[in-house]
Ligand binder design. Structure first.
Ligand code: SF4
Ligand code: SF4
Length: 353
């Protein structure tokens, strides 16, 4: 046996030093269920869903936070593992108000998926009373603590991925809660409403306020696009309902450059596309007002005016400011137009929108 080999469900598999049991299983095509594991953050082993059996170990171990070791014999799907996972799912279901029918996460909830996968027909424990009020005071995010399973993914996303450090664990025992600042509302805390916590929440404890009642998960079509705001070019999924309206926006998990992250504008500020005030045709100023015009008429007018100004005052009397939201090719063409056609280096772009 090589020094980097172990046994996984009876198979001999190689691993790299530093990999966890979860990494080795994933690389070998074996699925170990997780609720708290967040790829970009340090594993915590908080949810206990990834428990596996290791020969010689006194108890089951968390696959996400246990390093793989030479000669280990691991069982990811044994009867004992199944029993532990089922118990865990039942305890989580009993810990709050997991009423799937009216939950926004219905169809996109890892707890629901696991309850189905492990055949949880009945929960043996009484449902706990949940002491914390729902928070609906801000325009972006609803926090429903009765559905929170305290997995900590939101805390890790806020602290380790976005480094906003707005939320953490608070209180103890049955009063445990994810708190913003000193248990303030998001609105009164240091939260910048990037919504990363919402993106990583595996259940319906954090949901986009605007997406409520705009369509169930299975009714929404995902369309990939580039964020229309700044020049970073973050990759988005638009979740579009059958009326053609955006129900919500999420980040593309593995897409460069944002790798699953978004800012408040990219995630929440898309309503402008439905604004009645949007310009849909060029406008030409006449007297005190504007009149609608065709693109041909408007472009001819601009070309004529530029030519007149250039002939009268020289090319440096003209300057161009291009839009930072434009794609590289458009920005290139803009500077080419100003330098080669108009003959001036007076060209810049607005750095921020
Ligand atoms: S919205 Fe962003 S800053 Fe606010 S709590 Fe969530 S992750 Fe942290
Ligand atoms: S709000 Fe969601 S992500 Fe945060 S601890 Fe609760 S269940 Fe986990």
């Amino acid at each position: 046996m090589s020094h980097t080999m172990l046994q996984l469900n009876g198979m001999h598999v190689k691993f790299e030093p530093g990999q966890s049991i979860l990494d080795v299983a994933t690389n070998s095509g074996i699925e170990i269920p997780t609720l708290c594991y967040l790829k970009e953050a340090a594993p915590t082993g908080a949810c206990r869903m990834c428990m596996v059996e290791v020969a010689g170990a006194r108890s089951l171990v968390a696959a996400c936070s246990t390093p793989a070791a030479e000669g280990m014999e691991i069982w990811t799907d044994s009867e004992r593992v199944h029993r532990a996972r089922k118990l865990n799912i039942e305890l989580l279901l009993a810990s709050g108000e997991h009423d799937c029918l009216v939950c926004e996460a219905n169809g996109n909830c890892r707890l629901q998926d696991l309850a189905y996968k492990y055949g949880i027909i009945q929960v043996r424990f009484p449902r706990s009373f949940h002491p914390h009020q729902k928070e609906e005071e801000n325009p972006f995010i609803i926090r429903d603590f009765s559905r929170c399973i305290l997995c900590g993914r939101c805390v890790q996303a806020c602290n380790e991925v976005m480094v906003n450090r707005a939320i953490s664990y608070g209180y103890r025992g049955s009063h445990s809660k994810i708190v913003a600042g000193t248990d303030q509302s998001y609105f009164d805390s240091d939260c910048v409403f990037c919504g990363q916590c919402v993106q990583v929440c595996p259940v319906g404890a954090l949901v986009e306020r605007k997406s409520r009642y705009r369509g169930r998960t299975w009714e929404l079509k995902k369309v990939r696009t580039t964020c229309p705001y700044c020049g970073v070019g973050c990759q988005l999924w638009l979740h579009v309902n059958d009326e053609g309206r955006i129900a919500k926006v999420t980040a593309v998990e593995d897409g460069a450059p944002n790798k699953g992250r978004l800012c408040v504008k990219g995630r929440f500020a898309y309503d402008f596309i439905y604004s009645e005030d949007r310009l849909t045709t060029p406008l030409i100023k006449e007297g005190e007002g504007f009149r609608e015009a065709s693109w041909d008429e408007a472009l001819d007018l601009v070309a004529t005016k530029f030519t007149e100004i250039k002939e009268k005052y020289g090319p440096d009397a003209i300057a161009g400011v291009s839009c930072a939201r434009s794609i590289n090719e458009d920005s290139y063409q803009m500077q080419k137009l100003f330098r080669s056609v108009i003959g001036t280096n007076n060209i810049d772009h607005c750095a921020r929108t």
